[in-house]
Design a protein around this ligand. Structure first.
Ligand SMILES: [Cu+2]
Length: 180
């Protein structure tokens, strides 16, 4: 009996295992960058706080921007496009703003973080009252979540199938060739 065959089988099983574990299944994600940047300084508060993640998100994240007094300056629900989330904000105040965010990765993990930035000047706004600040930020889904986790299931199915076939083959050979 050929130990070369056995080695080949082992190699195939190993290859299948590698293909299985390194397939693009279930990506974790993290915050890649933001605008304004963490600990950055801007002239005035922009219309949006933008968070860019390392992968697409399976659902709309939660982003709350608060001013130096801890009052939310979110002005409407967050919107998500691919891996970029935009949180509209509005405030006339200069000063330090804190961004609290929470998101779900394609692999199902919940991730969250906090960072701050500073607006050196206030926005000149006639008489617009501050946006209502009740409760934590909106959970109404603004946009339909883009499907970021589609293409990994076929990999999983194919990997399991190959592994199963190789396992059957392997045990059958083993029983036949070494009945000890
Ligand atoms: Cu993860």
């Amino acid at each position: 009996m050929s130990s070369a065959r056995a080695l080949l089988t082992i190699a195939l099983v190993a290859a299948a295992a590698v293909a299985f574990t390194s397939s693009p299944a279930a990506a974790h994600t993290s915050l890649r960058e933001s605008d304004p940047a963490a600990n950055g300084t801007v002239a005035t508060l922009p219309e949006f706080v933008r968070l860019t993640f390392t992968t697409q998100l399976p659902s709309v994240p939660t982003i709350e921007v608060v001013d130096a007094n801890g009052v939310s300056v979110n002005s409407s629900p967050v919107s998500l496009r691919g891996n970029t989330a935009l949180q509209p904000v509005k405030s006339a105040s200069a000063g330090r703003y804190t961004v609290n965010w929470k998101a779900k990765a394609p692999d199902g993990h919940e991730i969250s973080g906090t960072f701050a930035f500073t607006a050196t000047a206030g926005n000149i706004q006639p008489t617009t009252p501050a946006p209502e600040t009740t409760g934590p930020s909106p959970t109404q889904a603004a946009a339909a979540p883009t499907d970021g986790d589609g293409p990994w299931w076929p990999w999983l199915a194919a990997g399991l199938l190959i592994a199963a076939l190789l396992a059957v083959f392997w045990y059958a050979r083993r029983r036949r060739s070494s009945p000890a």
